[in-house]
Design a protein around this ligand. Structure first.
Ligand SMILES: [Fe+2]
Length: 346
C-alpha cells in the first residue's frame, strides 16, 4: 500500500519545516539550487479541469507542484517531439492511447516502475510498459428513445455503412474516433477501413465534436450518435440527474469496434531531469487513494484501479464486454488521419 499518500498534513508540514530549516542552514554553502525539484511540468491533452484536479491532488499529497500546460493531444505530443531532448515536459497525460504510443515508438518515454504498473486493471496496461493507463473511456452510442428503441440499435458500427442507416446517426472525428480508425486498420486492414470511413461519411452526419453529437441526439435531431460515454454523464450531472435527459447511453457490450474502451494514459519523458518526481506522480496516479480517487470523483471516466467506484453511476468495467487489444497498438495516428482525409471526413 502506498503509505506515503496517507501521511498526515501535519507530518508534511513538519517535513517542509525541517527542509526549510536545513535550507537556511545550508544557505551560502551549497552550489546546487534544488528548489525547482519541487515542481514538475505536465503537458496534458486531457480535459483541463481534470488535469488541474490531478495536479492539485498530487501537490496536496506530496508537496510537489505540478505546472499544467493544457491543450489537445496532438498539440502536446507534437510539441514534445519538436522540443526533443530540451522539452520542458517532465510528464505527459493524453486523452487517447495513440498519441502516447507515438511518443513511445519514438523512444521518448521512460519505462514505468514495475510496481506502479501492477496497480491498474491489467487489460489496459500497454505491452511496452512505458506508460500508465489512468482512466478508461468507452465508445458508446447515445440514442434518443423517442426516435429509436434500444433493441433496434445496430450491433456493429461496421453495419452503419449499409443503406438502412443512411441519415439516421451522428458522429464526430474526435481523438477517440481516430483511435477507432487505428484499431480498425489493425484488425480489418487499411482498405476496408477506408471503405468504412467513406460509408460513414455518406450515411452519417458529422457533428464535429462529441459534445455536439450528444446535444443533437438529446434534441432529437438524430436517432443515435457515436461518442464517448462520459459526455452524457457530464450533461446528466449538469441537468440534475439522468432522469432529466431524454437521451440514453447504449453500451454495445460485445467484441465490436463500437465497444472499445480506450485508455487515457500518463508517462514520464526520458528527457526529463525529474525522473524521481515523475515516477512519484505516476505512482500517485495509479493509487486508489490518490489519482484514481480524483478520476472517480472529478470525471465520469472509468477509474483504472480495481475496487475504485465512480461517483457518476457508471457501470463497472467488469460488467461491460469490450474487445481485448494492446493499448500500445494504436500509435499510428498519422495513418488514421490520412484515411480520414481520404474519406473526406476531415
Ligand atoms: Fe473528450
Amino acid at each position: 500500500m502506498s503509505l506515503q499518500w496517507k501521511r498526515s498534513r501535519s507530518a508534511r508540514l513538519l517535513a517542509v519545516g525541517v527542509a526549510a530549516v536545513t535550507a537556511i542552514g545550508l544557505a551560502g554553502c551549497s552550489s546546487s539550487d534544488d528548489s525547482s525539484s519541487d515542481t514538475i511540468t505536465l503537458y496534458s491533452g486531457q480535459h483541463e479541469d481534470f488535469a488541474k484536479a490531478l495536479a492539485a491532488g498530487f501537490e496536496e499529497e506530496t508537496g510537489i507542484k505540478v505546472e499544467v500546460r493544457a491543450g489537445k493531444d496532438a498539440e502536446m505530443v507534437g510539441q514534445i517531439v519538436e522540443e526533443g531532448d530540451r522539452s520542458k515536459a517532465d510528464v505527459v497525460l493524453t486523452e487517447e492511447p495513440g498519441p502516447l504510443g507515438t511518443l513511445d515508438s519514438k523512444g521518448l518515454l521512460a519505462p514505468v516502475d514495475k510496481g506502479t504498473l501492477t496497480v491498474p486493471d491489467q487489460r489496459f496496461v500497454p505491452s511496452t510498459g512505458n506508460w500508465l493507463p489512468v482512466a478508461g473511456r468507452a465508445r458508446v452510442l447515445f440514442y434518443n428513445p423517442t426516435k429509436i428503441a434500444e433493441d433496434k440499435l445496430p450491433t456493429s458500427i461496421l453495419d452503419l455503412t449499409k443503406p438502412e442507416w443512411k441519415g439516421r446517426f451522428a458522429y464526430a472525428p474526435s481523438g477517440a474516433f481516430k483511435s477507432t480508425t487505428t484499431y480498425l486498420i489493425n484488425t480489418i486492414g487499411e482498405q476496408r477501413t477506408l471503405e468504412w470511413l467513406k460509408g460513414i461519411k455518406a450515411n452519417g452526419v458529422n457533428e464535429q465534436k462529441n459534445g455536439k453529437v450528444r446535444d443533437s441526439v438529446e434534441a432529437g435531431q438524430h436517432e443515435f450518435g457515436l461518442s464517448n460515454h462520459y459526455y452524457w454523464y457530464i450533461l446528466a450531472k449538469e441537468k440534475g440527474g439522468a432522469d432529466k435527459l431524454t437521451s440514453r447511453v447504449h453500451y454495445m457490450r460485445n467484441d465490436d469496434a463500437g465497444s472499445l474502451v480506450l485508455a487515457s494514459g500518463a508517462a514520464v519523458l526520458k528527457s526529463s531531469d525529474k525522473q524521481k518526481q515523475g515516477a512519484e506522480f505516476l505512482k500517485w496516479m495509479a493509487s486508489p487513494e490518490g489519482g484514481q480517487n480524483v478520476v472517480a470523483t472529478d470525471t465520469p471516466q472509468f477509474p483504472m484501479s480495481a475496487g475504485v467506484a465512480s461517483a457518476y453511476g457508471l457501470p463497472t468495467l467488469d460488467s461491460l464486454n469490450f474487445p481485448k487489444f494492446d493499448q500500445s497498438s494504436l500509435q499510428n495516428v498519422d495513418q488514421a488521419n490520412d484515411l480520414l482525409k481520404q474519406a473526406g471526413i476531415v
